[in-house]
Design a protein around this ligand. Sequence first.
Ligand SMILES: [Zn+2]
Length: 257
Amino acid sequence: MTKLLTGIYVFVLPLMSAMHACYYSDASDSRAQATAAESAMDSVPGRADINYLLGKFDPATRSDFITVGKPYTDKPGMLLRKEAFEAFKKMFEAAEKDGIGLRIISSTRNFEKQKAIWEGKWSRFEKEAPGAKTRALKILEYSAMPGSSRHHWGTDIDLNDLNNPAFEKKGKFEKAYAWLDAHAHEYGFCQPYTAGRTSGYHEEKWHWSYTPLSRVFLEQYNDNIKDSDIEGFKGAATASEIGIVKNYVLGINERCK
Ligand SMILES: [Zn+2]
């Protein structure tokens, strides 16, 4: 049964997404449609691409992504949108001059990567939270449902450490956070998950977003994606009940919108 369902997701979802995508092209012949689809894939934001917004693509095959290497990260295989990486490099250098070290520890994660993270937690939290909604809410404290992560867009990065105390008083990255808080906006970066918001993920002092691009993707997401589009993984049925788009995708620091 699981295999059958997986098969349906693999073959039917792309078809449905392709149907969505048709709305971007008014071309009547298939050759022109293919060209429009290709240019949409490689264009800077301007046209919404449903699959892109949902993270259903391979960033390694796209010409608008670039590999992030040393000294910006110690991890192999990190990819970012070119513009976001160029801005990060400038921020990295300025921080370095002020004696602050910034390292990217996570960047673009597509739907499949996010699905692996989500379903890993879905299994781990089974005993602690047997009910589907409770379990989804538990995971949503820090992790996005596949299809709803800002990390899909190639605009968002996690820096230095995945624990808030590391960025707080006497933490290893206390100075780094103070620097980011004061200067990140000068390079186009904003912290979407701040303390004191009324909905969404818990505070994440490590997560920063390149807003000249992510603002556009967020707007396109809000205009085009419904909770029912967030599907294809364990627990996806809770997306509508929880209101993922309204409460999580849009539940960010207003200054990043
Ligand atoms: Zn993050």
